[in-house]
Design a binder for this molecule. Structure first.
Ligand SMILES: C[S@@+](CC[C@H](N)C(=O)[O-])C[C@H]1O[C@@H](n2cnc3c(N)ncnc32)[C@H](O)[C@@H]1O
Length: 267
């Protein structure tokens, strides 16, 4: 008998059309994006023909940015065919002569991809948590990366969830998260990690960790209305972003950040 789709696949298949990340309103999420992009850009290969893997690519938000700055050889892999369809639509709209491949696949077993293939590998925003097997996912991301290439992952930090659960008065969910690392707010399970736990996954996969980033480390704790008001002044927004970038690699802040991003190198 055919196995049912994983819940996460059904979720993203169902919501793919509404999943729109462009034009984020002012707020902590936009800071998260700016910081995430800062570190993706920092480690990009010099060669615009470099082979890049966007794993858990969703609707191609980060791939589009890479294409716009000239990268030409990108593979998008995602468990949800509907998210990949949205990515195809988005990328056909920018209509550039590039080599883009779309693969419906699972980050914990990327059997469609050969080892030592990619010059740059990334998986931003949660696929490594949503797959529920972060160690396997990291091994796969490391396997397909070429030696000396960078592997960058980001996901929600385990402890950022603590405040969300307390505010929602979900104490039994909070206890479950702290005891098992598992939460289930969107109708499918997610395995949430501290930076120390993610570093262990990197190391076991043969990746040397170069930077641990919190995105953001301060502004997500600020009252939303106040933050919006501050951001309406571009100078203040720039200053706040600078402050975030100066402090986001301070490991004592990272476990309470909104997102956790990690940069490693295949040794
Ligand atoms: C929050 S979205 C992020 C999408 C994109 N990376 C971005 O930053 O906009 C998470 C994506 O991970 C995908 N995903 C979840 N579990 C996966 C798995 N096991 N293998 C591959 N992709 C997965 C989902 O289908 C979804 O497109």
């Amino acid at each position: 008998m055919k196995k049912d789709k994983p819940e996460v696949e059904s979720y993203f298949d169902q919501y793919a059309k509404d999943y729109n990340y462009d034009d984020l309103p002012p707020g902590a999420m936009r800071f998260a994006d700016d910081i995430t992009w800062h570190f993706i850009s920092k480690y990009l290969p010099k060669n615009l023909n470099a082979k890049i893997l966007d794993a858990g690519a969703g609707e191609g938000y980060w791939t589009q940015k890479l294409i716009e700055i000239g990268y030409k050889n990108i593979t998008l892999l995602d468990i949800s065919q509907s998210m990949l369809n949205e990515a195809k639509k988005r990328l056909s709209e920018i209509n550039l002569e590039i080599n883009v491949q779309f693969i419906k696949g699972n980050i914990i077993n990327m059997k469609e991809l050969e080892e030592n293939t990619f010059d740059y590998v990334f998986s931003q925003y949660d696929a490594v948590s949503y797959c529920m097997e972060p160690k396997l996912a990291m091994k796969e991301l490391a396997r397909v990366a070429k030696k000396n290439s960078y592997v960058i992952v980001s996901l929600d930090t385990k402890f950022s969830r603590v405040l969300e659960f307390i505010e929602a008065e979900q104490i039994s969910e909070l206890k479950k998260l702290l005891e098992t690392n598992v939460s289930n707010e969107m109708g499918f399970p997610s395995y949430n990690l501290t930076w120390e736990e993610l570093e262990e996954c990197y190391t076991e996969a043969g990746l040397r960790v170069l930077e641990v980033v919190g995105a953001p480390v301060f502004v997500h704790l600020v009252n939303e209305e106040i933050l919006k008001k501050l951001e309406s002044n571009p100078e203040i927004r720039n200053e706040l972003l600078k402050i975030e970038l100066q402090n986001c690699t301070n490991k004592s802040l990272v476990n309470f950040a909104g997102h956790l991003q990690m940069i490693g190198k295949k040794v």
